[in-house]
Design a binder for this molecule. Sequence first.
Ligand code: MTE
Ligand code: CO
Length: 418
Amino acid sequence: MTKGTTRRGLLKAGMAGAAGLAAGRVHAQAAPDPAIMEPQPWRTFLGDGVDARPYGMPSEFEAHVVRRNVPWLTADAVSSVNFTPLHELDGIITPNGLCFERHHGGIAEVDPAEHRIMINGLVDTPLVFTMADLMRFPRENRVHFLECAANSGMEWRGAQLNGCQYTHGMIHNVLYTGVPLRLLLEEAGVQGNAAWVLPEGADAAAMTRSIPLEKAMDDCLVAFRMNGEALRPEQGYPVRLVVPGWEGNMWVKWLRRIEVGDQPWYHREETSKYTDLLEDGRAREFTWVMDAKSVITNPSPQAPITHGHGPTVITGVAWSGRGTIPRVDVTIDGGMNWHQARMSGPSLDKSMHRFYYEFDWDGSPLLLQSRAHDSTGYVQPTKEALRAIRGENSIYHNNGIQTWAVDSDGNAENVEVG
Ligand code: MTE
Ligand code: CO
């Protein structure tokens, strides 16, 4: 680490000089660049051999790319949340170590050999599965986003947190491998009057949520792998429920039991929490689907423009719990002119999508926004439009359009327009 310090100092100085020369375009530098003219320390000695890092970790230069929390948000870390660093990522897959965490009773450290999944209630034969039993059912692989219903919840009453990691980072997008819940339910034999299921977690919080049987039989997965490897303990090792497109709270981690019933259970998490209080005192309940949403991840408050004027890449992510995202619009002037962004990467059902908009920045202040269209034709609303219907008492399901104000130095800030 120390070996390169002086060299990196030089490197920075070289780049600062070059920015002046290259103003306006991206091209090779005219001045001699020590990064080219001098041997770099890493080519003067042999590096680590294979097996020095049996489980590969990111470069030390990426040490700042981590999940972060907002300490004042919760009383302690056991029932709390941290946030995915969206501004440090590209493409659509969230690396396992960067998936935000939301625990209500801390991380359960489950021994898979001692773990069981039980199906009981309105079934012909109550069953208990070991992890080995689960592996004998046919598997599916699917990429889905998980968004906490409280994502952007701190922004209901106005712009508050300075960075997309905090305003939008309660989301991750992962390739899951798992067994369709339908197959396990069919194995137990669902009775005729059954209409709901209740997944329960093995953690100290014993997370429970009522889910309609129709959804359980449709596309829910009992998943044991994320991005190819075993689930991380933080994400529910050894097994979690995947409830595509629906609010993250229902994706029970450390899944230990599925009860089948004829009515919802009205547990704490679907009554006092995860309901949306309206202005007139009524509350919306069972608001499961995550509506279409998008955010510009770069530039953003934690990722300012540092390269000066000229060619500039705007990028971000969009998703919908109702399908795919065929189109995202981007504006750089607070909504006066909208431009269709370029989608790049797989367009998968109930998955994150990546968009880009490239333009020539003349250095004038910008008001950046993105607006997602989903495959049902739904268009992401402004925060103003959302508040007109939902009022300001809500915490959950804030999918309003986000604005970043970029000043002439390239620094970005969380603002609202309109
Ligand atoms: N499952 C259990 N057993 N315990 C929990 O605290 N939190 C829920 C859900 N499943 C929770 C749980 C909430 S509110 C969310 S948003 C997601 O898990 C978060 O999943 P993650 O930690 O993989 O991001
Ligand atoms: Co949540």
